[in-house]
Design a binder for this molecule. Structure first.
Ligand SMILES: *Cc1c(COP(=O)(O)O)cnc(C)c1O
Length: 830
């Protein structure tokens, strides 16, 4: 659904500066999630940690024209054609807009609150109901004052049922969420300790949560919980009180038997609802699963699902996944990185994961933990819980970072047990400088910390690889090359920078950071994991995935990555995956094959079906449509390029005509940008040129990557002797031979050996002699003034990479991307 900006101005009672008329389809609060600038309304929100107003100029440069801002914000005068809607409180304005939007739809809506299990119940209800109804639900756990309005905003004309989470942490918040969600079915999962710190008592928190049921037709809750049933008795709620109970046979939903079969990990639950006895099974369910399943059953039965259908669908419920990363560390360590919330519950899950992880080497288990915030527990209570967790999960070494742990937990741990090694530090820095850090070896290490402790620095250090060969990457050169291509481009044309294959070997993270600083419009990587690496490193700009794997859709949703779509099979799988996640309008990039015969839709034969399929679903939406030249680097293929362009042009126009929103069109790669300026269209894709090689003539632009190593050892070898494996080089004179620590495992091609190519030692050419080994190569330095430890350039600043690629008959791309991972990247800016 689109709203005119003038309509929104009225709905939220704003004062508008600007007169440009636009339609708004998307609301945005996190500038990192931008995908449809033209139709986006940005709400600048101030939080304790950040201020959305800061991002307005950047968003403007990325094409956003509509902003909701606070009254005290000085509206910039240099942003023409924009609209600023001024309000007293941008969060309230966002909430008001969502509320008005919700009022447009007369559909059943389930609102879920409670201390634990909200996300599980939401996802399970979705799994149970999606076959019967088209459902819009909160993505992941968007349940905050800002998340809920954005979730509700996703309701559209297709929606038949809404399912939304509502999370609160203080008094007064639920009223706001109730007004936005306006649930017809209110669900209270349970009441526990989480987010307790802002409430005087559990009862107060319970009462606050029950505000959600105001105006609902029914409320589902656990009637066996004393606090909840007390609050319900006191409440004047007029609707149906669907309390479930294992104790009271008169309860609307009476659970008369729960039987667990440990061997088969199966639980059978028998119940009486409306006088009818039924039962169902759930499988592989962890703690809380039984209660959550009963809550879901209550909702389904209330919605009229038959007992038979319920019994069929319950066993198929899937557990909701958590995210834990396992990495190889240095000195025999295994690192488990847990980026999930830092709370006691998720610590337990992570510890459980570590203790269950089979380790064939029998390594000991270490936990590195930071202070935990917002538990609502006193320091003593928290310490007691931590102690029991650490003991029960078999932690051998505990490293605590933060003042609370050091002051409160250290004494408890000391008093309790002698067989757990321990160390405490005030800060992450203190730990990194300590002997404790230096002595970590042969351990499985769980690393779990609140964000402000920046535990990724610990992970980085422990992962660091050491090798005397380095690839030096000049980040200024990247910028110079970027600007060079920019200068040939129309100022409004957007640019995608290709950072696939680890930025052509240069290292995607640092290159991406640099490009982000220079406001690149898009980054492109090959596979989802490369995108995840960038996100984890703090890259927030748009990222497209050129060769998405079918198994990685969930990752793409979680990390805000935009896949290329090249086939119907893939489109179907993607749509299906997005629907399962309750996602709508996920931006995708449609690829046409116009002559490469690689991947892509045919712009003539497939176009009608493609349009039809895209129009009959809501899950994904085309953000751009593109194709790729097979020979823009050479004039020889100009006629073919023209054919490719004509095909692409017709197909992409047809696609655009079928949709009301702007779809970006792009076809030029590095060579195309220069060679076909008239075909730059909405966007271009810059690859090799960015890394310093002009693909048109292989000339050198600004050199980005220099592969360097050092001389390890030198020896005099008499004439007639051979060097290296299989005696392939026989010396024809007395020679001085140097060994350098780089081999084919580092990406130094074996075909360069036996004097086929050379490297530079102190500016002079030194031939490779003998076969290149796996980790070492030998070079002839007879005529060169040099010594052990001197630097050697393999390619780069003084020896163009194209010299190497020409020798072995390949293209510079292959040499650049062939530098293996174990070669450390060193970045510098001049
Ligand atoms: C890699 C790639 C590019 C960049 O090509 P260069 O020749 O390095 O500029 C552009 N488009 C697509 C689809 C690519 O895969």
């Amino acid at each position: 659904m689109m709203y005119a900006i003038s309509q929104i101005t009225t709905l939220i009672g704003a004062h508008r500066y600007g007169t440009a008329e636009t339609n708004i389809g998307f609301v945005l609060t996190d500038s990192r999630s931008l995908s449809f600038p033209e139709e986006t309304l940005f709400f600048a929100i101030k939080t304790q940690r950040s201020d959305g107003h800061k991002y307005i100029p950047d968003l403007y440069n990325r094409g956003v024209r509509n902003f909701v801002v606070n009254r005290d914000y000085d509206i910039p005068t240099d942003l023409p054609k924009s609209n600023f809607l001024v309000v007293t409180d941008t969060v309230e304005a966002l909430q008001r807009l969502a509320e008005r939007h919700r009022e447009e739809y007369d559909i059943p809506v389930i609102g879920i609150t409670g201390s634990n299990g909200k996300t599980t119940v939401k996802e399970w209800l979705y799994q149970l109901l999606f076959k019967d109804k088209r459902i819009t639900r909160s993505p992941r756990s968007y349940n905050s004052q800002i998340g809920v309005p954005q979730s509700v905003w996703m309701i559209n004309n297709q929606t038949e049922l809404g399912i939304f989470e509502a999370g609160i942490s203080q008094v007064g918040e639920m009223q706001a969420l109730q007004e936005i969600i306006q649930p017809t079915i209110a669900v209270l999962t349970n009441i526990g300790q989480a987010h307790q710190e802002n409430f005087r008592s559990i009862r107060e928190k319970c009462e606050e949560k029950l505000h959600l049921m105001k105006d609902a037709q029914v409320v589902v809750y656990n009637a066996d919980d004393a606090t909840v049933s007390h609050c319900m008795r006191k409440s004047n709620f007029k609707g149906f009180r669907l309390g479930w109970s294992m104790e009271n046979p008169d309860a609307p939903l009476y659970i008369n038997n729960v039987e667990t079969d440990d061997e088969n990990h199966e639980t059978r639950i028998s119940y009486i609802y409306n006088g009818f006895a039924g039962d169902y099974c759930i499988k592989n369910i962890n703690e809380g699963g039984i209660e959550n399943s009963i809550t879901c059953a209550a909702v389904c039965l209330y919605l009229g699902m038959s007992q038979k259908t319920l019994a069929e669908r319950m066993p198929q419920l899937e557990a909701i996944a958590m995210r834990l990363e396992v990495k190889q560390g240095q000195r025999g360590c295994i690192l488990i990185n847990d980026s999930y919330n830092n709370d006691v519950k998720s610590l337990d899950i992570a510890l459980d994961f570590m203790s269950r992880r089979p380790d064939s080497k029998g390594r000991s288990r270490t936990l590195i933990l930071s202070d935990i915030y917002q538990t609502g527990l006193s320091d003593e209570e928290l310490s007691a819980e931590l102690l029991s967790l650490i003991k029960s999960r078999g932690v051998n070494k505990f490293i605590g970072i933060g003042k609370v742990l050091k002051d409160s937990f250290a004494p408890v741990l000391c008093g309790a047990s002698n067989d757990i090694l321990r160390a405490f530090f005030n800060t992450t820095d203190e730990f990194l400088k300590s002997e404790t850090f230096g002595n970590l070896h042969d351990e499985v290490i769980l690393i779990k910390g609140a964000r402000i402790f920046e535990f990724d620095r610990i992970t980085d250090r422990l992962e660091l690889k050491v090798h005397e060969t380095v690839l030096e990457v000049n980040l200024n050169a990247v910028v110079e090359n970027y600007n060079r291509y920019r200068s040939f481009m129309h100022p409004d044309t957007k640019l995608v920078c290709m950072v696939k294959a680890d930025a052509y070997g240069a290292g995607a993270v640092e290159v991406a950071k640099t490009l982000q600083d220079h406001r690149v419009d898009y980054l492109a990587v090959a596979v989802a994991d490369e995108g995840v690496t960038l996100r984890n490193a703090g890259i927030t700009c748009n990222i497209m995935i050129m060769n998405p794997e079918m198994s990685a859709f969930k990752t793409m949703f979680d990390y805000n990555l935009e896949p290329e779509v090249y086939s119907f099979r893939m489109l179907d799988a993607l749509v299906h995956a997005a629907q399962r996640e309750g996602i709508t309008n996920w931006p995708v990039h449609i690829k046409f094959d116009t002559g490469m015969c690689r991947l892509g839709f045919h712009p003539e034969k497939d176009i009608d079906e493609l349009i039809d399929r895209l129009q009959h679903q809501k899950a994904v939406i085309p953000r751009s449509v593109f194709s790729h030249f097979v020979g823009s680097d050479s004039d020889d293929f100009d006629a073919f390029s023209a054919e490719q362009f004509a095909l692409y042009d017709a197909g992409s126009r047809k696609l655009q005509a079928a949709f009301p929103h702007k779809i970006l069109r792009h076809i030029c790669n590095s060579a195309g940008i220069e060679h076909f300026p008239e075909r730059q269209m909405d966007m271009c894709r810059l690859g090799l040129g960015l890394y310093g090689v002009n693909p048109r003539d292989n000339s050198v632009l600004s050199t980005v990557s220099t592969l360097k190593t050092t001389i390890l050892q030198m020896r005099n070898v008499p004439a007639g002797h051979s060097v290296g494996y299989s005696r392939r080089t026989i010396l024809d004179r007395d020679s001085l031979i140097a060994a350098i620590p780089i081999g084919y495992a580092d990406g130094l091609n074996r075909q360069l050996g036996n004097r086929h190519c050379y490297c530079l030692v102190n500016g002079k050419k030194a031939d490779y002699v003998g076969n290149i080994c796996m980790d070492v190569a030998m070079i002839d330095v007879t005529d060169i003034d040099c010594r052990e430890g001197d630097s050697v350039e393999i390619f780069g600043q003084n020896l163009p990479v194209t010299v190497l690629s020409d020798v072995i008959g390949t293209i510079p791309y292959e040499i650049l991307t062939g530098v293996s991972n174990r070669v450390k990247r060193v970045y510098f800016e001049e």
